[in-house]
Design a protein around this ligand. Structure first.
Ligand code: SF4
Length: 377
């Protein structure tokens, strides 16, 4: 199903992976388990012979979600709930729902009430990750998830299957990192849209198959430098709809680094393969970068962005703000202030999952990059 895709297929799949996941589930007879972002150890779900799918909204219209959520719930939460309630709910046999912010905390209860016949469990990542007890907490949560999945399926987790799952997921991340390196150095070889489509699809399909496609695509890339690219760093949680990447591609803007939860943060801290697997998965939690809802040193976000900006020699920072994301709205004013004081050009891009027109994004991005070339912002 996913072992011989080309780049065009991957881009199409990123826009709507669900028909293909449905087909896969029919062909294999396996169960599909959905999770919202972030930090659910998908390796554990996969090791139970299930397909973990990160749910990243729908572009179809909102019909039911608004009646379950307040008007100021973030557009990602609305879009995810709509996907489950109106469009793809029947595809999933279960859900593992992390609670990372107030919105997701309420959302997981709404989800549980609306899907009484499915397996639904929460995954409680610690929000104060700098406390000494946080690591103990993460390990306990991973073990609770294992027990919970095992109880549902009536079987124990096979330690060999978990080790294989971690190895497979690590392989996927290694390949994606190689693509990123190519993209940084040869922006003409792969577009922003193609690259972030690979990142997204990696979080939604069976990597045992998809890794084969990724390797073949990588081997077939033509290393083209391209001309007149402006390198930028993208900061935020997710970037959707994917047509935003078309705007950057058309403006010859190359994303050379990012802090997205669906981007580089997904690739960080690959669990070690030579020790206890659950310890390794718990350790990974503390090797990942900044994520707005997780309480941390207030300067960490800024320091990470500054470091990435300098290391990649980018020309600007693009901050992707998800409409009504309370966590981002809390962080953004301080971040903006610190970035401005540092003299780094920054553009804030407001996104909304159900957006149908991106003309306002295009106009503002054009103006920003024009003034960037002119040297004053
Ligand atoms: S972190 Fe922000 S985008 Fe994510 S669910 Fe919470 S409010 Fe929504």
């Amino acid at each position: 199903m996913w072992e011989s895709l080309n780049l065009k297929d991957v881009v199409a799949l990123a826009r709507d992976p669900y028909p293909s996941i449905r087909q896969w589930a029919r062909d294999t007879g396996k169960k599909v388990v959905g999770s919202t972002i972030a930090d659910v150890p998908e390796e554990v779900i996969y090791a139970f012979d299930l397909l973990p799918v990160t749910i990243l909204g729908t572009h179809k219209p909102l019909k039911k979600a608004p009646s379950h959520l307040p008007d100021n719930a973030c557009s990602l939460a609305r879009s995810n709930l709509e996907l489950a309630l109106s469009y793809e709910g029947d595809l999933f046999s279960g859900f593992v729902l992390p609670q990372v912010c107030d919105t997701t905390q309420h959302l997981s209860d709404i989800w549980r009430i609306n899907f009484p016949d499915k397996f639904v469990t929460s995954y409680l990542a610690p929000r104060q990750a700098d406390r000494p007890s946080a690591r103990y907490w993460v390990k306990e949560e991973i073990e609770r998830l294992i027990d919970s999945l095992g109880g549902w399926l009536g079987k124990k987790l096979d330690s060999g299957a978990l080790a294989n799952s971690i190895a497979l997921h690590n392989e996927n991340k290694t390949i994606l990192k190689e693509f990123y390196e190519i993209k940084r150095n040869f922006p003409g070889a792969i577009t922003n849209k193609q690259f972030f489509a690979m990142m997204k699809v990696s979080q939604q399909v069976d990597k045992a198959e998809f890794n084969k496609s990724l390797k073949a695509i990588k081997d077939g890339l033509k290393m083209k430098k391209g001309k007149n690219y402006t390198d930028v760093v993208m900061v935020g949680i997710t970037c959707d709809p994917p047509e935003i990447f078309d705007i950057f591609d058309d403006l010859r803007v190359n994303i050379v680094g990012d802090t997205l939860v669906t981007g580089t943060r997904y690739l960080q801290g690959a669990p070690a393969l030579n020790g206890d697997a659950i310890d390794a998965l718990a350790d990974r939690h503390f090797k990942r970068g900044f994520f707005s809802p997780i309480h941390d040193n207030v300067y960490k976000n800024f320091e990470e962005v500054k470091k990435l900006y300098k290391e990649t020699k980018a020309k600007a920072v693009i901050y992707v703000h998800i409409e009504f994301c309370e966590s981002q709205e809390y962080d953004l004013p301080d971040l903006k202030d610190m970035i401005k004081k540092e003299g780094i050009p920054m553009h804030v891009l407001d996104t909304e999952y159900q957006t149908t027109s991106l003309s306002h994004v295009l106009t503002r991005a054009q103006a920003f990059f024009e003034s960037l070339k002119g040297g004053s912002l």
